[in-house]
Write a protein that binds this ligand. Structure first.
Ligand SMILES: Cc1cc2nc3c(=O)[nH]c(=O)nc-3n(C[C@H](O)[C@H](O)[C@H](O)COP(=O)(O)OP(=O)(O)OC[C@H]3O[C@@H](n4cnc5c(N)ncnc54)[C@H](O)[C@@H]3O)c2cc1C
Length: 629
């Protein structure tokens, strides 16, 4: 996205408009025994806790490491990236990436009530329907497009764009592909400056055969379209489980929220093993946590369940600290394997991206590039937002999405070459737990209807290596591969529960194939910028340089990868022999009452941004869990 903006004087103005609320008391009862203990009050966890506590006879506790926060960063759409590097960011960093020049990659995540949904980019989008259907094909009965989509619909209320924006900017999803009674308000961005850039971009895409689609939220994502966003259409502020909850306050006596509470261990009962045989059906009795420097424990009732929703990076660590995981990993830290589960922390997947930067004609109108570098423009836009909720602050940037099946940008001959490279790499997974899911991904790659590459367009130059001239105007087009075949892992680093885990996304591990796909994506972007009418606006290619050879582009890719912030898979919902951690009822294998429901359960990366799916999955999870008590 783009760098952090200067808006420090902003909050008081929002407060005048009654948009700034101080966190209200969240705890009504002080109890130490609960039917459900939800670890991680983030996107999935807080939604599940809300739904379960709708039944007043059920007691629910949420342990959330962060605090309850609403402020300009969490509420005002364009300011969202300001959270990066602040105390509401976990500030995870990958281990050095051996296929990406040894660099360590920044992996921000929300550390506050409501989790990453309180600070993310708010795109509210689904993947292609076939991508959900393979979850079921891999052994998860009932988990398919129809079910997940129905549950996403159930949490959203969709507001169509104006006819003008539908026509001009492809903000035109079919309303029937959305819900209209759910708690999250979903509308479109409405700041499109500089408009000619966007209009000509869409027209050039059309010239190259990439058409607009009205069905991106109906399970058919290929083409160019605007992302719906979780922005309230009336006051243009974030609509999310955390910000809405904090603003409303906790009204339920049977829901207890512990903020600033870092879970350190799940207490298990059911046989600590010191020998080679490990017990199978262990029971959680409670959860230990640290708050204010002091250790505490809360317990489960006899019918109780622990629901772990600490996110893709932190859930595996908590399981491992509790003795659930691969004996090899646990023993290296002197932890006894209570449950032998080798899939824990494995199967980590993420979207990787690179930035391409272009200079564009000046005089087309001020854009979000000017928000960052022109204090007067920022002040004008700030005033507009405060006054009537319009202008650059009322939208998130980069919401024009292009989803490209590889077949739409390469020749048949080239596709054969890429497939041969992929097949060569996949040989080494034959007979491993990953074979089935990688083959399913290969089928998606060969399907001309299912996208493999995403492009996003943002005014401004985000890559400093492009050396942009500050007096000129720019555009950044990100090339993102949404079908990663590489698999990374995340495991505890030390036995100190407060230490961050070791995260290895293992980007570009299927090096030749994945690099080549990126190179094809970059070449398509170059061709696009040379296609009328976009070529009327783009005046120069800055970085990578326009005359780069294929091998120079490969080097560029291998030095430029960043995370697009959609990690999943580290607690995969899969059969155990496929590196699964939870079954289709989200129960951790080998346990009686430990469940997982965060983005980590997504077994195979989706060609989309993850928010809507995480919410949909959380609603499915809540429906499963409510029958447990
Ligand atoms: C910068 C950024 C922008 C993004 N933009 C988009 C977007 O525009 N659209 C989209 O679809 N997706 C987006 N995503 C991804 C999306 O937001 C996430 O996939 C989703 O929110 C993950 O939800 P989750 O429940 O798995 O984890 P989270 O929402 O991260 O929740 C995990 C929670 O657990 C807490 N926690 C962790 N460890 C502990 C512990 N030991 N004890 C207690 N609490 C703990 C955390 O503080 C956090 O609140 C973005 C992600 C990032 C980082």
């Amino acid at each position: 996205m783009f760098s952090r903006l200067n808006g420090s004087s902003f909050l008081w103005k929002l407060c005048l408009l009654s948009l700034c609320y101080l966190p209200i008391a969240f705890s009504h009862i002080i109890s130490s025994t609960f039917d459900f203990i939800v670890v991680g009050g983030g996107t999935s966890g807080l939604l599940i806790a809300e739904k379960l506590s709708d039944d007043p006879s059920v007691s629910v506790a949420v342990l959330e490491a962060g605090e309850a926060v609403v402020d300009d960063t969490t509420l005002v759409p364009v300011l969202f990236t300001r959270f990066i590097g602040t105390d509401v960011d976990w500030e995870f960093v990958s281990v050095p990436q051996k296929h990406v020049s040894g660099i360590q990659i920044s992996l921000p995540r929300g550390k506050l009530l409501g989790g990453t949904a309180s600070v993310n980019g708010m795109y509210f989008v689904r993947a292609h329907r076939k991508e959900y259907d393979i979850w079921e094909q891999l052994g998860n009965s009932g988990w398919n497009w129809k079910t997940v989509d129905a549950h996403i619909k159930a949490v959203e209320t969709f507001y169509p764009a104006s006819e003008h924006d539908q026509e001009e900017f492809a903000a035109a999803d079919l309303p029937s592909d959305h819900g209209n009674k759910g708690q999250f308000q979903v509308s479109y961005s409405n700041f499109w400056q500089p408009e000619p850039l966007l209009v000509n971009y869409i027209a050039a895409l059309n010239t190259l055969g990439i058409n607009r689609t009205h069905r991106a939220s109906g399970g058919s994502t290929a083409g160019v379209w605007q992302s719906p966003t979780a922005i309230k259409p009336d006051n243009r502020s974030r609509s999310s489980v955390g910000t809405d909850f904090v603003l409303a306050g906790n009204k339920k006596p049977n829901l207890q929220i512990f903020t600033g509470a870092i879970a350190t261990k799940i207490d298990l009962n059911g046989g600590i093993s010191t020998g080679p045989s490990v017990p199978t059906n262990v029971r959680a009795t409670g959860v230990e946590y640290v708050s204010g420097g002091t250790n505490h424990t809360i317990n489960l009732t006899s019918r109780g369940n622990v629901i772990v929703t600490a996110g893709t990076y932190q859930t595996p660590k908590l399981l491992e600290l509790s003795g659930i995981g691969s004996p090899a990993v646990l023993n290296a830290h002197g932890i006894n394997a209570v449950v032998n589960l080798t899939g824990v922390g494995e199967n980590l997947q993420d979207h990787a991206g690179v930035l391409t930067t272009f200079e564009i004609k000046s005089g087309l109108g001020q854009s979000i590039e000017d928000l960052i570098r022109n204090a007067t423009f920022f002040a004008e836009q700030e005033a507009l937002y405060v006054k009537n909720r319009t202008g650059a602050l009322a939208s998130v940037p980069g919401s024009t999405i292009v989803m490209l099946p590889i077949q739409s940008i390469v020749s048949n001959q080239r596709l054969k070459t890429l497939t041969a490279l992929l097949d060569k790499a996949l040989l080494s997974f034959k007979g491993t737990p990953l074979e089935k899911q990688l083959n399913a991904q290969r089928d998606l790659f060969l399907d001309p209807d299912v996208p493999d590459i995403e492009l996003t367009l943002t005014p401004g130059a985000q890559d400093p290596r492009a050396s942009p001239d500050p007096t000129k105007s720019h555009v950044t087009i990100s090339v993102i591969t949404v079908r990663p075949f590489d698999r990374g892992n995340v495991h505890l680093n030390t036995t100190n529960p407060l230490d961050l885990p070791l995260i290895d996304p293992n980007f570009l591990a299927i090096t030749d194939f994945e690099t080549e796909v990126f190179v094809d994506g970059i070449k398509f972007v170059e061709k696009l910028t040379q296609t009328a009418p976009l070529s009327d606006i783009v005046t120069a290619q800055l970085f990578p340089p326009s005359n780069a050879t294929d091998s120079e582009l490969s080097s560029f890719v291998q030095q430029s990868i960043f995370s697009v912030w959609h990690p999943c898979g580290s607690s995969s919902m899969l059969p155990k022999d496929q590196n699964g951690v939870v079954d289709a009822n989200l129960k951790v294998y080998g346990t009686q009452n430990i469940r997982i429901a965060d983005a980590g359960i997504i077994p195979v990366s989706l060609g989309t941004h993850t928010l809507a799916t995480v919410y949909g999955n959380a609603l499915i999870a809540a429906e499963i869990f409510k029958h447990l008590v």
